[in-house]
Structures are given as structure tokens and as C-alpha cells.
Design a protein around this ligand. Structure first.
Ligand code: G1P
Length: 286
């Protein structure tokens, strides 16, 4: 049903300097897998056929990561390490095509999504922000698709958060509940705690109807010079319904050091090959 996914990865990753100087922050690993791969797998697992990265010239290692590396594959097989082949060249990558579009200027998330217009065409599509890492039995994107199949509208993943952190997110004003989701009455990007219309914040997964592009083109830059996706959604609301789906599952904000380390510890404790030792180490340290 939703066949294309857009992954904006052009951001510089200032918060992760110096690690992000020569390595894209999306390529930093949570244990042994780059952050961006978690989002790509989430997309492929719901049947996405084309992954469209909105990227920058310097981030060629992302492209390299998703290409098949036959040379190393042969070496692994010859040296009797065939069990690593699927880690090197996961079979699921061959199910999809990868497209790379350069965002010339860092003009914000809205501008990044707009770069995908011709690649997306007139279809509804998904947007995944790889900084947000989700773990749940039914993936976050799958929960959105389920809602979309009932509403045929744009659907945004949201979760309730502490008001003291609300200024970091897009925040919705909830309307009535229908189709197991919330009709969005309004949406604001990064409001202060006092101005926030609710404690329901946007997380980094969306499904959009293609009309979003029309509104992205009309959206002007905010005070910081960035074109906000949230502002385009706000305009979209005037002509189309938009739903928000409360995400059921765990979320890690890997765009912050705290979230990144939290995700690393949580995953390490679930990795059977190291969890026992990691538990011991944590006990010793604390
Ligand atoms: C972006 C969006 C924001 C959303 C957030 C989710 O902000 O602009 O509306 O709540 O992602 O992670 P950013 O984190 O890029 O500042």
C-alpha cells in the first residue's frame, strides 16, 4: 500500500561532534548496527520497495553501507566465516531499491522532505527520521500503516511526553478520536511548555498523502531560517484531515547523547551474547 519511504539524513549532527565529523551521525552504531539501518529495516519490514535518502555530498558512506559488497563477501566465505555474510549483505536489502537525493542547503526538515517530490510522485509515502529508534512488537511504521488503511489520510506517530521536554517536539492539539486514532485539530513546532496545546508530541514516523508537497512549497522559513515540516502539516490541515496515532512501544531519541547511550544500554542488555557481562559491568560501575 505504502511503497516509498523518505529518510532525511542530510543534517550535520553537531551534537555528536567530533564523532560526526567524518562519519555521518546516522552511521554511528547502536552496538553493531548503524542507527540508520534500524529505520531502513523497519521500512522494508512493512513492504516498502523504495528507500529515498535525502542526503549530503559528504555522507557517501551511507550509500556504500547499503550497497552489496561482493569482495568482502567472497573473503568471508573463503575464510569459513559465512555466518557473517548476511550481516554484511543482508538479504532484505536486495528486496528494495535505494535512491540518494542531495539536499543542497540545510534548510530544515520540511525542505528535506520536499526534495523527494519527484521521486515520490503522486503516491502516499512514509517519512522516517532515523534519530528516533523504536522497539515494539508491531513496528511504529506498521502501526501508522494500519491507521492509514482505515483513514486514507496523512498519519503522524505521536506519544505523550513530560511537559518539561515538550519544547523539543512538534505538538498536536487533539480533536476527536476515530479509527483508533486522534483527529489533529492543530499542530505547533517546538512550543514552550506554556503554549503547548497538549502533551502529545510528534515522533519521527509519518505517512503523508502527496498533497503535503503543495504545502511544503508554500511554507516559509521560520525564525531560525528552517522550513518546518510541522508548518506544512498545519496548512495541510485546512484542506485535509490528518490523524495522529499514539505509538505503542518503546522509543529512544538517539539524536541526543542521553537517548543514544540509553538505547545502547537497553539493546546491550537484550543481546544474549553480551547481556550477562554488561549487567555485571553496570553493577560494578554503579
Ligand atoms: C523533528 C520535527 C519535530 C518532531 C521531532 C521528532 O524535530 O521537526 O516536529 O517532534 O523531529 O523527533 P528535530 O528533532 O529534527 O529537531
Amino acid at each position: 500500500m505504502i511503497k516509498k519511504a523518505v529518510l532525511p539524513v542530510a543534517g550535520f549532527g553537531t551534537r555528536f561532534l567530533p564523532a560526526s565529523k567524518a562519519t555521518p551521525k546516522e552511521m554511528l552504531p547502536i552496538i553493531d548496527k548503524p542507527l540508520v539501518q534500524y529505520a531502513v529495516e523497519e521500512a522494508i519490514n512493512i513492504g516498502i520497495e523504495e528507500i529515498i535518502f535525502i542526503t549530503s555530498e559528504e555522507k557517501y558512506s551511507i550509500e556504500k553501507h547499503f550497497q552489496k559488497n561482493e569482495l568482502i563477501e567472497k573473503k568471508l566465505v573463503l575464510s569459513g566465516k559465512s555466518e557473517y555474510v548476511d550481516k554484511l549483505n543482508p538479504k532484505i536489502f536486495s528486496k528494495v531499491s535505494f535512491k540518494y537525493i542531495i539536499q543542497e542547503k540545510q534548510n530544515g526538515l520540511g525542505d528535506a522532505v520536499l526534495q523527494a517530490e519527484s521521486a515520490v510522485g503522486g503516491e502516499s509515502f512514509a517519512v522516517l527520521l532515523p534519530d528516533d529508534l523504536f522497539f515494539s512488537e508491531k513496528s511504529c511504521l506498521s502501526q501508522l500503516v494500519e491507521t492509514y488503511s482505515r483513514t486514507s489520510t496523512s498519519v503522524i506517530a505521536v506519544n505523550k511526553i513530560d511537559k518539561k521536554n515538550i519544547h523539543k517536539y512538534g505538538v498536536i492539539k487533539p480533536g476527536k478520536e476515530e479509527f483508533g486514532a486522534i483527529l489533529v485539530d492543530d499542530i505547533v513546532e517546538k512550543p514552550t511548555a506554556d503554549e503547548a496545546p497538549s502533551d502529545i508530541a510528534v515522533c519521527g514516523r509519518y505517512i503523508f498523502t502527496s498533497s503535503i508537497f503543495k504545502f511544503l512549497k508554500k511554507t516559509s522559513a521560520d525564525k531560525s531560517g528552517e522550513i518546518q515540516l510541522t508548518d506544512a502539516v498545519r496548512s495541510l490541515l485546512i484542506s485535509e484531515n490528518v490523524h495522529a496515532k499514539i505509538y505503542d512501544g518503546e522509543k529512544f531519541d538517539c539524536g541526543s547523547k542521553k537517548g543514544f547511550v540509553h538505547a545502547t544500554i537497553a539493546l546491550a542488555l537484550r543481546d544474549e551474547s553480551i547481556s550477562h557481562d554488561i549487567k555485571k559491568i553496570i553493577k560494578e560501575i554503579s
